[in-house]
Design a protein around this ligand. Structure first.
Ligand code: AMP
Length: 173
């Protein structure tokens, strides 16, 4: 299925110059959403993954659907200040300023083989920090799954120590 055709491009959101990739048009299409999750089930059903980690907030949508389908637990990585119990925290650079994300210290167990899920790989800062959190928590990263990769940004280079699977590579603006 042509999933790219189900993504809505919104120019100048949330600020001028950004081409925002809106996944709500894919999510509301039951065939496109179903095909996306079915593709993940095919890829990871026999991979020996023990936990699915979703990155706030759009990673929660795909990650939790997959975790349920594979009979696995789901772990959220959230923006700093949202998780209520003890956390590990990582900071990373944004275009302007910095961001912080967290995971609960008890979310990952020593032998966990983790799939990280997010909607979009841009600069790779968010996913690199996410992978660090999982490793600090004692788990190993099996792969990083994203629906879309902005191929004209160096995200893949930043994540060269990890396996990445992107369903859609967007070549340029
Ligand atoms: P980055 O850390 O630069 O790889 O940014 C990744 C995060 O920012 C993802 O969680 C995306 O949801 C969001 N993001 C970055 N650029 C875009 C874009 N053009 N359209 C939609 N979301 C974006």
């Amino acid at each position: 299925m042509d999933l790219l055709s189900r993504i809505r491009n919104v120019p100048d959101f949330p600020k001028p110059g950004i081409q925002f990739k809106d996944i709500t048009t894919l999510l509301k299409d039951r065939k496109a959403f179903g095909a996306t999750i079915d593709g993940m089930i095919d890829r990871y059903g026999n991979a020996g993954i023990t936990k699915v980690v979703g990155v706030e907030s759009r990673g929660f949508i795909f990650g939790s659907a997959l975790a349920y389908a594979l009979g696995l637990g789901f772990v959220p990585i959230r923006k700093a200040g949202k998780l209520p119990a003890a956390t590990l925290k990582e900071s990373y650079e944004l275009e302007y300023g910095a961001a912080e994300i967290e995971i609960h210290t008890d979310a990952i167990e020593g032998r966990d083989k983790v799939l990280i899920v997010d909607d979009l790989l841009a600069t790779g800062g968010t996913l690199e920090a996410s992978a660090r959190l999982i490793e600090r928590a004692g788990g190993t990263v099996h792969e990083i799954w994203v629906l879309m990769e902005l191929g004209f940004l160096p995200g893949r280079e930043k994540l060269k120590n990890y396996a990445i699977h992107s369903e859609i590579v967007i070549p340029g603006e």
